[in-house]
Design a protein around this ligand. Structure first.
Ligand SMILES: [Zn+2]
Length: 495
């Protein structure tokens, strides 16, 4: 039993990290194990009834705006020719292309050319694209690379070798190969060792901008916009809505990701074809981004939901994404989180609810967990940590009532058992509530902390205890214990 005494009226905040360890091969804990390698059962009711469905992620006005980082890579010959030039005019063109055509094209959602009754279409995906940078390569070896898997890997590997910061972006390559026109492909990356560990899109740069043949650069941006958004759609988990065989949506009302807001009886695929006019009565083509027409500009609510689910649950795609909503995720019934996900808002465990985490939950830097009085958070082998490429997250605030005794009805409670872990937090556990600015709220100390076989890794501060002095409980032991716990810090970065 860890006994912690408090002085009346004196604020105590201290760090009980046991030791500091500089990185070394003998370090006993695998800090760098990736989220995707954490075995998660995904058998909980909350996952199977709610969190696995794309409809759950269709955004509303309170949903976090998710911003995905994108880097542009321009491949030229050894003399710096054969593609966009590294001069102010071309840089301005590409930047403008990105901001006004690509980014806005993904942000503002058009109306459907073929609406289904009852579908509440969205005008804003609440997804943004952020240009990391434009990179130029004068490289006779690779600048004509095409769309084969090996060719794509070579481009991406070379780009990452020269610019490792691009690991945190989706990389969009403009090859100098004129023979492939506007062909483009995507890959979902993957975790195999011979695959680049970030998603990328390949695109030939030439053509007349309308999707036809070769022509001078910068004549039209339509094809680039359509192509980028289409390929990003693939990267984010979408397939074609027309009958394109390589990857087409399932028309099966019983399948998990059936797009019921696109397909209605008699359940046939619409026509696809670059030059088809979706508004023409002579064909069934649509303006869906994944529908393979030049007019592509629409995503259905379920498609947007699927993308946002990917940005929450896919270990790779989530790591390119940032964003934070000040509207918290409230847990007001008992839930078990046995699936990995990234959180773009605070989590508040409401009074009377118990949240059990048996998998990995990662947080953006602004996010925290608040456990209200009468609520409990259990980390049963579960891990709370910062999201990859993010700064340290805020940590867990176990809110209490300084005027009440330390019963579970009156205080928040955190229990960490079976190797549960909190890592890369500014303040892993605090026994107080905080306001929206992160300021301690007076009168809210008293949260209960039970840690048995818990890990505190690389936190700025592992446990932060503020004075709890109910009038009738002076000098009694605080209701907290740390048994068989590990407190370690290593001077390196998770990402
Ligand atoms: Zn496609």
């Amino acid at each position: 039993m860890l006994r912690i005494f408090f002085l009346v009226g004196v604020l105590i905040s201290y760090n009980i990290s046991a030791q500091t360890v500089c990185g070394g091969s003998d370090f006993p804990v695998n800090f760098d194990s990736d989220v995707e390698q954490f075995a998660c059962s995904r058998t909980s009711a909350i996952f199977n009834n709610i969190k696995k469905f794309q409809s759950h992620y269709t955004p509303d006005a309170n949903s976090p705006i998710l911003t995905v980082s994108v880097a542009l890579h321009i491949w030229r010959d050894g003399n710096g020719n054969g593609n966009y030039l590294d001069n102010p005019a071309d840089r301005a063109y590409l930047t403008n292309l990105f901001e006004t055509v690509m980014s806005n094209g993904f942000k503002y959602n058009s109306s459907p050319s073929d609406p289904l009754p009852g579908v509440n279409d969205l005008t804003d995906t609440r997804i943004r694209l952020k240009l990391q940078d434009i990179y130029y390569y004068d490289d006779d070896t690779y600048y004509l690379n095409g769309v084969s898997n090996n060719a794509k890997k070579q481009l991406n590997a070379r780009a990452l070798e020269l610019h490792p910061e691009c690991l945190k972006s989706i990389n969009f390559h403009f090859s100098g190969n004129t023979s492939v026109g506007h062909a483009s492909q995507h890959t979902s990356g993957g975790s195999s060792t011979n695959s680049p560990r970030n998603t990328f899109i390949w695109s030939g740069y030439t053509g007349n901008g309308l999707g036809d043949g070769s022509a001078p650069l910068m004549t039209n941006t339509l094809a680039v916009k359509v192509m980028l958004n289409h390929e990003l759609g693939h990267a984010f988990g979408l397939c074609h809505t027309d009958d394109e065989p390589a990857c087409k949506e399932k028309i099966d009302p019983n399948s998990l990701d059936f797009l019921s807001d696109i397909y209605a009886p008699p359940y046939t695929y619409p026509d696809g074809g670059w030059h088809l006019d979706p508004t023409s009565p002579s064909n069934t083509a649509t303006n869906n981004v994944m529908g393979n027409t030049a007019a592509a500009a629409y995503l259905s609510p379920l498609q947007i939901g699927r993308i946002r689910r990917t940005l929450s649950q896919h270990y790779l795609l989530q790591s390119y994404t940032s964003g934070y909503s000040e509207v918290p995720l409230e847990v007001d019934v008992d839930e078990t989180w046995d699936f990995p996900h990234k959180i773009y808002q605070d989590v508040v465990v409401k009074s009377g609810a118990r949240l059990t985490i048996t998998c990995v939950t990662t947080f953006v830097s602004q996010a925290k967990i608040i456990i209200e009085p009468g609520a409990e958070l259990i980390l049963d082998r579960g891990r709370l940590t910062k999201a990859k490429f993010e700064d340290y997250w805020q940590g867990v605030y176990v809110a209490g009532n300084s005027s009440a005794g330390q019963t579970e009805a009156d205080q928040g409670k955190i229990s960490i058992i079976n190797g549960g872990e909190i890592s890369y937090a500014l303040d892993a556990i605090s026994n107080t509530n905080v306001d929206s600015q992160g300021n301690w709220l007076w009168g809210t100390t008293g949260g209960i902390i039970h840690c048995d076989n818990a890990y505190f890794l690389n936190n700025r501060r592992d446990v932060q205890l503020l004075a709890y002095t109910p009038p009738y409980a002076k000098n009694e032991s605080y209701n907290a214990f740390f048994k068989n716990c590990t407190f370690l810090r290593r001077e390196d970065s998770y990402s």
